[in-house]
Design a protein around this ligand. Structure first.
Ligand code: 1HE
Length: 270
């Protein structure tokens, strides 16, 4: 059951392109530029970045969704015309800073996807930790058709979800995946009926919010880095991370609770 969401009071910034609200330990960040299909303009990227580095202290998980008929139409193409090479590099770095703040921030982020999840919209989604799509969601990388390349971390993050060959196909041929294809190739972890993605994402976020913060930290920060390391380095990093997590008071309490029959068992879902 989702608790009532209120405007998030811990974030001391004015956002006109985002709606930010909080219910319990979950912050809901909604892209709020529906007339432009939530196209990612510079101010929208800046507001997202500001939001993610200033989450209220009590935040334990975040959900990102998009207002209107689409999750996100990607880069605001009207800003691209006549950008010189120097400002183009910094523009890309600005996106990297924003999406790094999402992927490697303080708390897990669940994306609720519907409609177009294209170009920079897919780059944004891929910086989140869990992606829930409703049946209307579709994925594309129209950069190839627009004469540009990904610049928001897509070349680093998207192949880690679905592989270089599939990303090459999307970019070179303009192929579009529907929600089920996106699930099959690893772009999303869940597909739900139309209109249900946000509710499912909020429910998952509330569950994630009950994990020990150090476990969530390890999954967010250690797991992808270990995957990038050699096996030997990865195993060493894993041992250090495991030792840190196990020795927190919260882990000790939870382990004791299980041993004393006070914690839930692992059972098959409905
Ligand atoms: C935009 C944008 C945008 C819509 N930049 N203004 N992204 C793309 O190549 C996708 C381009 N957009 C589309 O294919 C379609 O707009 C959608 C499939 C997403 C939605 O279609 P629809 O019929 O619902 O809306 P629309 O009528 O096309 O658009 C509504 C308005 O949003 C319209 O403006 P208006 O003033 O005429 O009402 C559109 O111009 C505007 N709009 N998408 C600017 N993207 C860091 S590198 C990342 C590189 C990329 O992301 S490349 C991919 C860019």
């Amino acid at each position: 059951m989702t608790t009532a969401f209120q405007p998030a009071s811990g974030i001391h910034a004015t956002f006109d392109l985002l709606q930010v609200s909080m219910g319990g330990a979950v912050v809901h960040v909604r892209l709020n530029r529906p007339a432009k299909r939530n196209a990612l303009s510079d101010p929208l990227i800046q507001q997202l970045h500001t939001c993610f580095v200033n989450l209220p202290e009590a935040t334990r998980a975040v959900v990102i969704s998009g207002e209107g008929s689409h999750f996100c139409a990607g880069l605001d193409l009207s800003e691209l015309v006549e950008r010189d090479i120097g400002s183009a590099v910094w523009h890309s770095r600005m996106w990297h800073a924003c999406f790094d703040a999402i992927q490697f921030g303080r708390v897990p982020v669940v994306a609720a996807l519907h409609g177009a999840v294209v170009g920079g919209g897919l780059e944004l989604a891929s910086s989140c930790h869990i992606r829930v799509a409703d049946r209307s969601a579709y994925y594309g990388l129209p950069e190839g058709q627009r004469g540009i390349f990904v610049g928001g971390g897509g070349s680093a993050r998207i192949p880690r979800l679905m592989g270089v060959a599939r990303m090459t196909d999307l970019m070179m041929t303009g192929r579009v995946y529907d929600a089920d294809e996106g699930l099959a190739v690893g772009l999303s972890q869940y597909v739900v009926d139309d209109g249900q993605a946000l509710a499912k994402a909020l429910a998952l976020a509330e569950r994630i919010a009950t994990n020990a913060p150090m476990s969530n930290f390890a999954v967010m920060h250690a797991l992808p880095r270990i995957a990038d390391q050699s096996q030997s380095e990865g195993l060493f990093t894993e041992s250090l991370m495991a030792a840190v997590a196990e020795s927190t008071p919260e882990a000790q309490d939870r382990l004791r609770a299980f041993l004393e029959g006070r914690a839930g068992k692992v059972v098959k879902g409905p």
